[in-house]
Design a binder for this molecule. Structure first.
Ligand code: X8Z
Ligand code: ZN
Length: 538
């Protein structure tokens, strides 16, 4: 049975199955590299505020889109500017699909999408039904959030946001409208109740690092010296933030990160070259040479992402002793869920303990505020997390033809997310390609599953810790027993079907959105009242 499982895993090993024909194999590899490079080098060049031509990287463009205080026009321009960068790979993507499908067919799958759906210890058809089932469990809460946010935004932007129908996607605080927590200040239910602003504390720490570095400098710094000092301060801040995340894991009894992690990771955007800044975690030799690559900035979202990346790292470290084919997640959603499970313990109370917020308010209004903020990330992500592969499955199967790539994309975005593009699109555009995982060819359903699973893991951890209060207030920081059980699941890698791993940690063999809904019960009740009488749906 172990051999059977190994052979199966071997077939599923790659998201880009190579055809046996050498020429096609090479073509596939070349296109993949080109698409990824195009993403990493993408720039939006336009006339800046000073009248000079300026070229902005994704990270810089995101600063505009993410900022609820930037004007709708500025945000629409930034959105269009970034999406423009994906146009050149539209043809490449089309050429990429063919050899990828051929490789999948050689392995006995109907197409590459079917191969992707085969990694879940059930048939591809069953898996598709499974994602539908999970979505239907959580969809009502998304619909309510959509309704509430649309009404709030309609008040603020009556010209841009309609009272009913689709929300324009550039006003939601994220390039892909995949998480909306950046507009939390604009839609917070009880303005000013409870302090949830972690970003400004992180920014402050970064500025203190700058002052310290400047104080250590001998003589009169030139502008170039100042830039270097700034870069060093960014690096100090990145390391300090990574240590905050590491500390959570070690509090659970996990090992400290190896020396080599600190030496070899890329934690700060280099000054001298383009890199793909999209965060990733690596196990270079499968024997403990673990690293992350991430252009860390001092804000809350990034602090969460570091916890996410370290989840991958601790998974790698836990299963390092298994045979190589088992050195992967129970399924890919598990891998994506571990670090996020940890972040659910970063409650306002915990943030206060580690000095990132000043006051914690315990009243009901503060609870609704903090649930809203989290839901704008966790719940809002779900339809997006599902639709990205919905699109690719259809592209691989031919249901979406190359001449309909962009239309097919927006149909799904409208249907699932209820969002619209800020301006008319056409088939010269390749809007899916403006999201890293499309040129990077990384399957995406894993993130949808992870959103659901992380609440199951979190609830199980809180049960293990003997927590008896409302779920959303639980933090398992420092609990070694939880750490041990968690590590036991991680150590299993992919040696057993995933339901065994899930059972080992949670006692259940089924994925379920119930823990997530339990977590957000207070918000759901509040939204029910708020939305009464408002138009819902789109
Ligand atoms: O790509 C990631 C991680 C790396 S595995 C940073 N995530 C998805 C995204 O950014 O789109 C994490 C959440 C979803
Ligand atoms: Zn990840």
């Amino acid at each position: 049975a172990k051999t059977g499982r190994s052979i199966k895993l071997l077939k599923l090993l790659t998201s880009m199955p190579a055809p046996s024909d050498a020429g096609k194999r090479e073509e596939l590899a070349k296109i993949a590299a080109k698409m990824e490079a195009n993403y990493g080098a993408g720039k939006w060049c336009h006339e800046g505020a000073t009248g000079n031509q300026e070229c902005l990287s994704l990270q810089q463009i995101e600063k505009i889109i993410d900022d609820p205080e930037a004007s709708p026009q500025a945000r629409a321009d930034a959105w269009a500017g970034w999406h423009e960068t994906a146009r050149p790979i539209r043809k490449d993507y089309q050429r990429f699909v063919e050899p990828a499908n051929e490789g999948a067919r050689e392995q006995g799958f109907a197409d590459a999408g079917e191969l992707w759906r085969s990694g879940y210890d059930m048939s591809p058809t069953e898996f598709e039904a499974e994602t539908e089932r999970l979505w239907s469990q959580v969809e009502p809460l998304y619909d309510q959030l959509h309704c509430y946010v649309r009404a709030e935004l309609h008040e603020q932007y009556p010209d841009e946001v309609p009272a009913d129908g689709l929300i324009p996607s550039h006003l939601l605080g994220n390039m892909w409208a995949q998480q909306w927590s950046n507009i939390y200040p604009e839609v917070q239910p009880y303005p000013g109740v409870g302090d949830l602003d972690v970003s400004s504390a992180l920014q402050k720490r970064r500025n203190e690092a700058y002052k310290k570095r400047l104080g250590e400098f001998n003589g009169q710094p030139t502008p170039e010296d100042l830039a270097e000092i700034g870069h060093q301060a960014d690096a100090d801040s990145s390391v300090a933030m990574t240590k905050i995340a590491e500390d959570f894991y070690t509090s659970l009894g996990m090992p400290e990160l190896p020396e080599s992690f600190w030496k070899k990771s890329l934690l700060t955007q280099p000054r001298d070259r383009d890199v793909v800044c999209h965060a990733s975690a690596w196990d270079v030799d499968m024997e403990g040479d673990v690293r992350i690559k991430m252009c860390i900035e001092p804000d809350e979202e990034q602090l969460y992402t570091i916890h996410h990346e370290l989840g991958h790292i601790y998974y790698y470290l836990a299963y390092n002793d298994l045979p190589p084919l088992f050195q992967t997640g129970a399924h890919d959603g598990f891998h994506e869920a571990i670090g996020d499970t940890i972040t659910l313990s970063l409650t306002p109370q915990h943030m206060k303990t580690i000095g990132l917020i000043d006051e914690v308010s315990e009243d009901e209004h503060a609870v609704i505020n903090s649930q809203m903020k989290l839901a704008l990330d966790k719940i809002v992500f779900l339809p997006w997390g599902k639709l990205v592969d919905q699109w690719r499955w259809k592209v691989f199967s031919g249901e979406i033809a190359p001449e309909d790539y962009n239309r097919g994309w927006w149909e799904l975005r409208e249907r699932y997310q209820g969002v619209a593009p800020p301006m008319a699109r056409n088939e010269q555009d390749f809007d899916p390609g403006a999201k890293y995982h499309i040129p990077g060819n990384t399957p995406y359903t894993r993130y949808f599953l992870a959103r659901i699973l992380q609440f199951q893991f979190y609830k199980a951890a809180c049960d293990q810790a003997g927590w008896e209060g409302p779920l959303h207030r639980c933090s398992f920081y420092g609990n070694k027993e939880v750490g041990e059980k968690l590590n036991a699941m991680l150590e299993m890698g992919a040696s057993k079907p995933w339901p065994d791993a899930l059972e080992a940690f949670t006692g259940s063999r089924e994925m379920s959105g119930k823990a997530m809904m339990e977590y957000f019960a207070p918000l759901k009740e509040w939204l029910d009242k708020q939305n009464a009488g408002k138009p819902s749906g789109w």
